[in-house]
Design a protein around this ligand. Structure first.
Ligand SMILES: [Zn+2]
Ligand SMILES: [Zn+2]
Length: 912
């Protein structure tokens, strides 16, 4: 079709350069884990990191952007997993190239540039390109003639190649309400030979026609021009946006003239690595193409996931990581790869993508290590699971059922770690479906939510417009700058300012009364808003002039860009809009928080030093009374390592390093090796915290508040280490005042204990050991005395044993006798009586014990000691057994001992 001079790497770069030359800012891909969005499992489109810009709650320093975004589509609405491996085009992980206009250029430029890039830069034949535009089948929304006309104006574009389609193909909505608009797609005619229905009578090839693969959708241009406020109400947006998406794998396959994404130079090196591992010929590879594709796709996805901190686990994102690794591993076993092999495949992913996505190279050891461990873990469990599944499938077929019950599939997952997706693969190979609804219901019951989320969360739940309009009005009245509230939690703890607005129950009010829960808006605030794990400040706002009023501030939030409100309760007086207030942070609490925040950075650095760079942050809490830090580590941290970490942090505290806080461009900080936190969203410029001067031992991106020197922290003490999921550990610690309190409480306990032991704290261990030895000796003599007592008591009993038909029959309780004493007494009975049966009972350590013995002659008459203890144990809720001549039993409930003896008596009489 054209000269093949485009490597995948070059295509990505030409795209970015093309738009940068046209005034766009290159924005690096955001993490696969969406920052600050709990409702979305994975970043699944280029627009995820710009969502708030479209919603008007985030402002960027640029109005044009270009990027190549890492995306995962594996759960929820956009789920391509089923098709991955079966065809040449579906992937779990993919890169989406995109150019963006935020209220800047619109349809004219977007279409012009798209056409220019495709035809002039990349050389696609003009007469083979088609464009689709929107025409509403319901006639409610205007037809997009604007876009159609721009297409027709492009040099070399055939005017007959504009087609109109309805809402399903050519209208885009973020959610049920919110930004929406028509879109326009560019399709490429691959030629009649690519149609799969070519020979069906009556078939006429066309764009967007199912069962005709002749036209390939390349690029989707979305024009966001409406705000949907209800099912059939659209309001024009004041600022119109452009959002485009072009899949890199697909455009590479076109520009490289190959008929499969797996044959592009992006994926073929990975396919080749798998082939080297199997030793297959090309023919053998072609015969097993599905496993090859699945392994290639999944290894790429797994490498990118682990690089973004998503290690294999049981829930949510971690489950997806586990599932795709296990699925790839199973497909490996279908083509003879028995030993763990994915790490080797992932090496070629890192090789191929590591230059553009430096996180892959940086996390090479974590990727290799996690893949190897997960495959090993899977090998241990899979054999049991698969053979169990095969039995289930045979049963299903024998019962003429076409579907495996969901609970059974869940059972395989819960017991053997066999993911549903693999169960489904295997079942389908035998023509059986899996009841997935039933599976998810069973999973729900076990609280192992699979984590599949909606694409975006619920919008419009709160009235963001109230805050946006409020800000606009205040800016218009010159009461506040265009940037909104001046947020400065770093340099001060208190500020004086006018109450610009009071919000109560979601409404603006001019005055509030004691007891009211309110949100208060000041032009400036020193209160920190919860972010990066650090909790919000609390404090108060009080009146500066008479009459007095006071609002107790319990929290902070930012409902919309530039709008920061203090949440609190009116304690006394009647604060009114326009009053002058004095806002003051609870300083002591804030200083506790700052100690914990700086200590968190020290801990993070020390974890890297002691455990290694794989110990990456996976969540954190910085509160006044403690800090909590979650990180990836395959095993528990040993007591020795914990001690080393704690000592290391305290050493850094005593060295009294100054904190160096600098604001700089994100890309510069990343290039210098700054650590970004997992799941956190960063702007163009970032605040960086370093410690250690010229060669810092800690360098993090952080918006939190910190002490001036590490010495301010006081003391750092680890209070716990625990597991919070597969491969995830948690350390909890205290500093400053709380650390002092902990030491103080421990000292008191130590002194009290030493006092009770009549010694001093330094000798407490030795003294305790001595006391325990004495106690042990005393216990031994008590138990030998008790045995003697029991023996004497038993001697008395033995003299008065009743005879039944010449047979000695004895049932008795010997309180507090242990098992050994009971056996000894039973032996003495048998020595004394030639023919006899005995049942002895006791309560030892609160639990009933039974011993039965029968002389040989009676065994011949059908008396069995084992049966006797069973009968006697029944009322005690216990069981037992033994030889015909000697047996014992235990029970749970000693209160029925008399009943137990009575049933033994009756049984013996019956037998005699
Ligand atoms: Zn066709
Ligand atoms: Zn921090």
């Amino acid at each position: 079709m054209f000269d093949k001079q485009f490597s995948g790497v070059r295509i990505r770069q030409t795209f970015i350069d093309f738009f940068v030359e046209r005034g766009h800012t290159f924005v690096p891909s955001s993490s696969l884990v969406p920052g600050g969005d709990q409702t979305l499992l994975f970043t699944n489109a280029g627009m995820v990191q710009f969502k708030d810009v479209f919603l008007g709650t985030d402002i960027r320093p640029y109005t044009r952007a270009a990027n190549s975004q890492k995306c995962m589509r594996v759960a929820g609405k956009h789920n391509d997993l089923d098709d991955v491996g079966r065809n040449d085009t579906h992937h779990t992980f993919f890169e989406m190239l995109g150019n963006w206009s935020f209220g800047d250029y619109y349809k004219k430029e977007a279409i012009e540039w798209g056409w220019d890039l495709l035809t002039n830069v990349w050389g696609l034949p003009k007469d083979r390109l088609w464009a689709t535009c929107f025409e509403d089948e319901k006639g409610e929304i205007e037809r997009d003639d604007e876009a159609a006309n721009y297409w027709i104006q492009q040099p070399g574009f055939k005017s007959s190649h504009v087609l109109f389609f309805g809402r399903k193909d050519n209208y885009w909505e973020m959610a049920e309400t919110g930004p929406s608009g028509p879109n326009s797609e560019i399709h490429l005619d691959l030629g009649p030979g690519n149609c799969i229905s070519e020979h069906d009578s009556g078939h006429e090839c066309s764009v967007n026609l199912d069962g005709c693969n002749r036209y390939l959708e390349l690029w989707n241009l979305v024009f966001i021009q409406y705000d949907r406020t209800g099912p059939s109400t659209l309001e024009p947006l004041p600022a119109k946006h452009v959002d485009t998406g072009l899949g890199l794998d697909r455009i590479a396959s076109v520009l490289q003239g190959v008929d499969s994404n797996y044959k592009t130079d992006l994926l073929s090196p990975i396919m080749d690595t798998v082939q080297q591992l199997t030793g297959h010929s090309d023919e053998e590879q072609a015969a097993n193409i599905t496993p090859y594709r699945v392994i290639t796709d999944h290894a790429r996805a797994a490498a990118f996931l682990i690089a973004d901190g998503v290690v294999p686990g049981n829930t949510g994102r971690n489950y997806v990581s586990r599932m795709i690794i296990r699925r790839a591993s199973r497909f490996g076993s279908l083509i003879g790869l028995e030993e763990p092999f994915l790490a080797q495949v992932a090496e070629s992913v890192i090789e191929n993508y590591g230059e553009f996505y430096a996180e892959l190279t940086r996390n090479r050891s974590a990727i290799v290590d996690n893949l190897f461990r997960e495959e090993k873990r899977f090998q241990r469990t899979v054999e049991g699971g698969v053979s169990k599944l095969e039995t289930m499938l045979v049963n299903t077929q024998e019962n003429d059922q076409m579907s495996l019950p969901g609970e059974k599939a869940f059972d395989l997952y819960a017991t053997f770690g066999l993911p549903l997706e693999i169960t489904r693969d295997i079942a389908r190979e035998q023509g059986i479906d899996v009841d997935e609804k039933g599976f998810h219901a069973a999973m729900e019951e076990h609280r192992l939510a699979s984590g599949a989320g909606e694409v975006f969360g619920v919008f419009g739940e709160e009235n963001i417009e109230l805050y946006q309009d409020l800000l606009k009005d205040l800016v218009k009245e010159d009461k506040i700058g265009t940037e909104g509230v001046n947020y400065d939690p770093y340099d001060k703890y208190e500020v004086e300012g006018t109450l610009l607005a009071i919000i109560k129950d979601g409404e603006l009010v001019s005055q509030a009364n004691p007891g009211d829960q309110v949100e208060v808006f000041l032009p400036e605030t020193p209160f920190y808003i919860e972010a990066g794990g650090q909790v919000s400040d609390i404090g108060s706002i009080v009146s500066v002039a008479k009459p007095d009023w006071e609002i107790r501030i319990t929290g902070m939030r930012q409902p919309s860009a530039g709008v920061i409100v203090h949440i609190g309760e009116v304690i006394n007086g009647e604060p009114s809009t326009g009053d002058l207030g004095f806002a003051q942070v609870d300083v002591q609490r804030r200083q506790d928080i700052m100690r914990n925040h700086t200590a968190t950075h020290l801990l993070h650095a020390e974890l890297h030093a002691v455990l290694g760079d794989h110990a990456r942050q996976a969540g954190s809490l910085v509160a006044p009374d403690r800090l909590r830090f979650d990180f990836t580590n395959p095993e528990a941290v040993t007591p020795a390592q914990l001690q080393e970490i704690e000592a290391g942090v305290n050493h850094k505290i005593l060295e009294n390093y100054s904190l160096n806080i600098v604001v700089k461009p994100l890309q510069q900080a990343m290039a210098e090796g700054a650590i970004a936190l997992f799941g956190e969203k960063y702007g163009e410029t970032v605040r960086t915290i370093t410690m250690g001067g010229e060669a810092p031992f800690s360098y993090e991106l952080c918006g939190g508040t910190h002490v001036g020197e590490t010495g301010d922290i006081g003391t750092f003490l680890i209070t716990g280490e625990s597991s919070v999921g597969a491969g995830l550990r948690r350390i909890e610690a205290v500093t400053g005042r709380e650390a002092y309190q902990l030491v103080y409480r421990r000292f008191i306990l130590l002194n009290q204990t030493a006092g009770l032991l009549d010694t001093n704290p330094d000798q407490i261990v030795e003294k305790t050991r001595g006391v325990l030895e004495q106690l042990d000796g005393a216990r031994k003599s008590i138990s030998s005395l008790r045995r003697e007592l029991i023996a004497q008591e038993f001697n008395l009993i033995l003299e008065n044993v009743p005879l039944v038909d010449g047979v000695a029959v004895l049932t008795a309780i010997l309180p507090e006798a242990d098992g050994e004493s009971l056996r000894e007494m039973a032996d003495r009975f048998r020595q004394q009586y030639q023919s006899g049966v005995i049942l002895l009972a006791s309560v030892y350590d609160g639990r009933p014990l039974l011993i039965a013995a029968v002389t040989e002659d009676l065994v011949a008459r059908g008396l069995h000691a084992g049966e006797l203890v069973k009968v006697a144990a029944q009322p005690l809720g216990g069981s037992g057994g033994g030889r015909p001549t000697l047996a014992q039993a235990g029970g749970k409930d000693p209160s029925h001992l008399n009943q137990s003896l009575a049933s033994a008596d009756e049984w013996i009489k019956d037998k005699l």
